[in-house]
Design a protein around this ligand. Structure first.
Ligand code: ZN
Length: 75
């Protein structure tokens, strides 16, 4: 088999494309929401007992109703 110049350029492109397709398929199979849901943290307000979710990784979060700072009750 004789390798031409175009083959030398096309093979790396083809391999990179294959990796992208594989990664896309893997993320699609796992699910976009499955990747994000473990980041949700549950907070309970000590002032008004309102329960809310904050997706940011913070130790304290402001209550959406009364703006009191609360600690995370579950990761
Ligand atoms: Zn509150």
């Amino acid at each position: 088999m004789k390798m031409s110049i175009s083959d030398l350029y096309l093979w790396p492109l083809f391999l990179q494309f294959s990796v992208l397709v594989y990664l896309g398929w893997r993320y699609r199979k796992r699910g976009y929401h499955d990747l994000r849901s473990p980041k949700a943290h549950i907070f309970r307000c000590t002032n008004c007992h309102h329960i809310y979710i904050d997706n940011r990784r913070v130790p304290l979060s402001k209550c959406t109703k009364c703006n009191t700072l609360n600690e995370m009750i579950r990761r």
